[in-house]
Design a protein around this ligand. Sequence first.
Ligand code: TMO
Length: 317
Amino acid sequence: MQLRTHKALPTMALGAVLAAPLAAQAEDSGDPIVIPIHNWNSQIVMSHVVGQIFEQMGNNVEYVSTDSQAVYEAVRLGDVHLEMEVWEGAFGASFNEALEKGGLHDAGDHDAVTREDWWYPEYVAELCPGLPDWEALNGCADMFATPETGDQGRFLGGPVDWLKHDQERVDALGMNFKVVNAGSASALWAELAAAEKRGEPIVLFNWTPNFIEAVYPGAFVEFPEHEPGCDKDSSKGPNPDETYDCANPPNGYLKKAAWDGMEETWPAAYEMLTKISFTNPQIAEMAKLVDIDELEPEEAATVWLEENENVWQAWIN
Ligand code: TMO
């Protein structure tokens, strides 16, 4: 008895020494980390990738479908706890607004550089010489007319919760186009595939990184150069009387955002979140796993994690 206690001591002492630095760190709460899901596939897959890493770390996770503009208010209030894809072009304004009100913060940039704007498949440049210049596009407006848009060209925009101000830009630049919003990302790609098959002109909303670049060569329309403040200050951009008369940022950021309470509630998960940085090819691949390979987003995330273990293990250790 005496001997056993004595023998056990060194082990216990070592255990105490090892436990000490860990005990000093607060543990992550057992409450679920609520992750918002939107309506384009890289965001959905990336959110599941990160959620599955959190689960591997022992956290609980919940996913909720959320409007991609209203989400910044939801993060600020702590109703959801982070956002994995803050695209500068589409969401910079909503993100900044929530940032000013307080409750949410910038949790770091991805390596990825982004662009979101009017785009056409390569063959359209042959039909409308002068592209990618926006004035050349405007000169070809009638080529893009549909029964829905009458004499005007149709710009096929994304779902209404993405870029909010395409029609304002058309008006500010005096373009002979009408914006028609697609109901979903897959509706955009279905229209693109149909137009390409028939060799018909089409100009639609697109973005990079996306799986599209691996399938359809094409280019963004070049609008008057992006100027910060062009959305609020009419003196910016070529039309002195109007706002939104310039391009979206051609080299936009892609950020993560977090609820201010996240660090205290889930310190380990939060630290991992701040280390995450995805590249353009990684994000395009996440979209491809669903849009082309037709996996469910959860499965796509699991496949991505299996194939990229070296990438994400570095964020945990
Ligand atoms: C918000 N999006 C990446 C689809 O442009």
